[in-house]
Design a protein around this ligand. Structure first.
Ligand code: PMT
Length: 398
């Protein structure tokens, strides 16, 4: 995603201490961030913290300042691609609902046409108070506003309940969603990700080094673009992207059955998983005991080739496959492209540092069924997913 202008409003609650982490994550993603604080917020975190992290002057809520900077608040309102208020107190939420613009933040909120995300943070009873609930209802009814949920847990006041602000990474996910055009709305996308696990006995299994990062990056991007996403995932330890239908599986056989269940309705199938081609021929209910001396051999039987099976009955679906290769990348990738009826095959060399298994980045060559081929530079897996989805989108429209 190209760099966007993100305006962060910080109001006076203890959760303000988490807001610098939002700035930090957004900056790492390459966005421009400007911060407006209410005067109460400065009691919790200093403007200097935000100024240092955003590398921008921080706008603090002083009434005199507002009078002098009439142009400034309009300029900020126009500058923003999105306004996120995190944390949002009951006080600010009520002001937004009833049109009270008595500080820089509420004035900018009234003047901007950008989407406004509100991340409430307060004591459980304050959240449940009729006045807060009515104000939230008003904001929810406005197309411009999105009210983020709160989390449950131990609050600063030592009560346990709802009202905790979401974690910074969750808030960043919502911001990304709000900034992404819904170009895949109405499109059904099935994605396979991660390794499979083929059990041999109660303690041992056959698997591989796939972390799921490539497949999960596709799921996050496709969901942000408004697609209906079914993420069929082998055992991974990643956060499930927001808004996806998550289907955890274990073996290649399970993955095959899950794809079968969702294939009829699918428009696009992305096969980023690394399913095991083989499984132990038999499963031992008892732990296989160590034998004294000598070799031990295990027999394997073939697993279904998911991509090949569904490729052969693909109809007008678009299928993107991957090839994890250590040698003869081009030859093997082109063979798989043809045999598995892929529209595209994305070949990654798994022996290259920072590419293939486990890394946040990937370096790939893409071969298409109509003979095009292209090498992309090393890039974040999230960027690669976006680049490939751009192509899929174009094909869907043609
Ligand atoms: O998960 P990460 O850590 O982010 O790593 C990403 C990745 C390296 C796993 C990913 O980029 C990748 O290359 N995935 C494909 C791995 C693989 O199984 O490659 P393959 O060449 O063995 O298989 C070719 C294609 O057939 C793949 O799309 C695969 O999903 C599919 N396949 C393979 C075997 C099988 N039994 N069924 C299949 O559908």
């Amino acid at each position: 995603m190209r760099s966007k202008n993100i305006l962060l409003g910080v109001t006076g609650g203890i959760a303000a201490y988490k807001a610098p982490a939002i700035v930090s994550q957004l900056k790492k993603m390459g966005h421009q961030v400007k911060v407006i604080m209410t005067e109460h917020a400065t009691e919790f975190v200093t403007p200097l913290t935000f100024q240092t992290m955003s590398q921008e002057a921080v706008h603090v809520d002083m009434f005199a300042h507002v009078v002098q900077t009439e142009v400034e608040h309009i300029a900020l309102a126009k500058w923003a691609d999105v306004l996120i208020i995190a944390p949002a107190t009951a006080n600010t939420i009520a002001k937004l609902a009833y049109g009270i613009a008595d500080n820089m933040l509420t004035t900018v909120a009234m003047a901007t046409t950008a989407p406004i995300l509100v991340a409430p943070a307060m004591n459980t009873q304050m959240l449940r108070a009729q006045s807060t609930q009515e104000a939230l209802k008003i904001l929810r009814s406005r197309e411009q506003y999105e009210i983020l949920p709160t989390a449950e847990g131990l609050l600063a006041c030592q009560d346990v309940g709802e009202g905790k602000m979401l974690e910074p990474e969750d808030i960043v996910d919502y911001i990304q969603m709000a900034l992404t055009k819904k170009t895949l709305a109405g499109v059904d996308v099935v994605i396979t990700a991660g390794p499979t696990k083929e059990r041999m006995d109660p303690v041992r299994f056959l698997s591989n080094h796939s972390s799921g990062k490539m497949g999960y990056a596709f799921a996050a991007e496709a969901a942000a673009r408004g697609a209906k996403v079914h993420l069929i995932s082998g055992p991974c330890h990643l956060k499930v992207p927001k808004g996806v239908d998550f289907i955890p599986v274990e073996s290649t056989e399970d993955m095959f059955n899950a794809v079968k269940e969702h294939f009829d309705d699918a428009d696009v199938l992305i096969k980023a998983a690394a399913p095991s081609d083989y499984k132990p021929k038999s499963y031992s209910e008892e732990k296989i005991k160590k034998r004294e001396g000598g070799l031990m051999s295990v027999e394997f039987s073939p697993n279904p080739d998911i991509a090949k099976h569904f490729g052969s009955i693909k109809g007008d679906r678009i299928i993107v496959g991957f090839a994890a290769e250590s040698h003869h990348m081009e030859d093997y990738a082109k063979k798989k492209l043809e045999e598995k009826h892929f529209n595209y095959i994305v070949a990654n060399n798994i022996t290259e540092a920072e590419a293939g298994f486990g890394s946040d980045t990937n370096h790939v060559r893409i071969f298409s069924a109509d003979g095009r081929e292209e090498e992309l530079p090393m890039m974040e897996k999230s960027t690669l997913a976006a680049v490939i989805l751009d192509r899929v989108e174009k094909d869907l429209k043609s």
